[in-house]
Design a protein around this ligand. Structure first.
Ligand SMILES: CC(C)(COP(=O)(O)OP(=O)(O)OC[C@H]1O[C@@H](n2cnc3c(N)ncnc32)[C@H](O)[C@@H]1OP(=O)(O)O)[C@@H](O)C(=O)NCCC(=O)NCCS
Length: 215
């Protein structure tokens, strides 16, 4: 049984904690967050917020593992890199009610929420979020820091570049490539390749604008 420190005590962090609790492998789960409103709060009644992100170094001997629960794709991956450097083990958290093929490859710092499906030979890069009820079909390859929001769906052999966000209920048809730093807006159906740093929306999806690179 291990001890898990979660960075990010917002709504996403709460769902990550519930996922970790459901695995029954942690005796202690606590949070760090920079929002002073949540410091000293208890999340889900049993997971206290014990400090800010800058305190991560001082907890490395008390918590064997750390997980980043931030929605910002670039910040999440940056923080994972830092936590590894200072000695934390970074787990993958896979909810018991998710289905993940034995042949899928899931990199560290990834959470796979309840109801999600990851099918054969899919590859999910570091710091991925496969959110509630999202699905990643066979042979998909997702870069680092990719977020599939609730109900997003990738057909077979889709490739998704680093830091891209596939929003709620968006679909990407099989064999399509979505570039780095791009966003498929909620409800979009992507039927053709999408370049880097683009927001696409609607059915069929079309380019609306360049994305904010900080996202
Ligand atoms: C994509 C999204 C994040 C908006 O991104 P944004 O960069 O802030 O874009 P804006 O709000 O400035 O909108 C830009 C344009 O895209 C349009 N647009 C935005 N989202 C759209 C959508 N889902 N479908 C169709 N058009 C959309 C806007 O109407 C706007 O068009 P206009 O310039 O003609 O007025 C947002 O619309 C979205 O899809 N949110 C869902 C997020 C989600 O999945 N959350 C779950 C978290 S777990």
């Amino acid at each position: 049984m291990g001890k898990l420190l979660i960075l990010g005590a917002g709504g996403h962090g709460k769902v990550v904690a519930e996922c970790a609790l459901s695995l029954g492998i942690y005796t202690t789960i606590a949070f760090l967050d920079d929002d002073e409103k949540v410091i000293e709060e208890s999340i889900l009644g049993s997971c206290p917020v014990i400090g800010t992100f800058s305190d991560a170094g001082s907890f490395v001997h008390k918590f064997s593992e750390a997980f980043v629960a931030l929605g910002n794709n670039r910040s999440r991956v940056r923080l994972i890199t830092y936590l590894r450097e200072i000695g934390y083990k970074i787990p993958c958290l896979i909810h018991p009610a998710a289905y993940v093929s034995k042949s899928a490859h899931i990199e560290i710092g990834t959470v796979i929420m309840a109801g999600a499906v990851v099918n054969a030979d899919a590859h999910i890069g570091v710091g991925g979020i496969i959110n509630t009820g999202a699905s990643v079909d066979h042979d998909c390859v997702l870069g680092v820091g990719v977020h599939l929001s609730p109900g997003a769906r990738l057909g077979g052999t889709v490739t998704v570049g680093d830091y891209t966000w596939i929003c709620m209920g968006a679909n990407v048809v099989n064999n399509v490539h979505v570039g780095k730093g791009s966003v498929a807006a909620a409800g979009a159906t992507v039927i053709r390749d999408v370049g880097d740093n683009l927001l696409v929306a609607k059915v069929p999806a079309r380019e609306l604008k360049k994305t904010d690179l900080k996202r």
